[in-house]
Design a protein around this ligand. Structure first.
Ligand code: ZN
Length: 163
């Protein structure tokens, strides 16, 4: 399986707002499979199209322990219905950086499956948090954007040193 290169912060392309998917064809299904393979290979639990320079609203996720429960969501819309919780997050586009982000622990998701059929689901805990993180990517938002400006400055300085 061919793996896709993952864009690394501060690549400007991570800030592009992804477009709504209108064509549900073989190419889209193939792209989602490549994204899943790339995510598993990088040992991530989620990947958004934006992160692989594919600027359409597609995310893939697998938060299962056995890495055998892939979820593909196209054009996802979320409604926050839970309590705000703090959870440590990382990101394949910002390797080595982990910090606490406040998110809702329960969400309603309206999306489309890879074949274009409508899909509704409720998600909680890690899955809910992961979907929120990946949906942010589609809007050009990184998890470090949710941190205080001081923390973000420190992280960016650290990343510059590592270059
Ligand atoms: Zn991420």
């Amino acid at each position: 399986m061919h793996h896709l290169p993952i864009l690394q912060h501060p690549d400007r392309r991570l800030r592009i707002k992804a477009a709504v998917v209108e064509h549900f064809d073989e190419k889209l299904a193939d792209q989602a499979e490549k994204m899943l393979a790339t995510m598993y290979d990088a040992k991530g639990i989620g990947l958004a199209g934006t992160q692989v320079d594919f600027h359409q609203r597609v995310i893939v996720i697998d938060v299962s322990e056995n890495r055998d429960s892939p979820i593909k969501l196209v054009n996802p819309e979320i409604e926050l219905i839970g309590e705000t919780v703090s959870n440590e997050e990382g990101c394949l586009s910002i390797p080595g950086v982990y910090d606490s982000v406040k998110r809702s622990d329960r969400i309603n998701v309206s999306a489309q499956a890879i074949d274009g059929s409508a899909l509704e689901m409720e998600a909680e805990d890690l899955l809910a948090i992961c979907i929120q993180h990946e949906c942010d990517h589609l809007d050009g938002i990184l998890f470090i954007d949710h941190l205080s400006s001081l923390k973000r400055k420190r992280i960016n300085e650290q990343l510059k040193k590592n270059d």
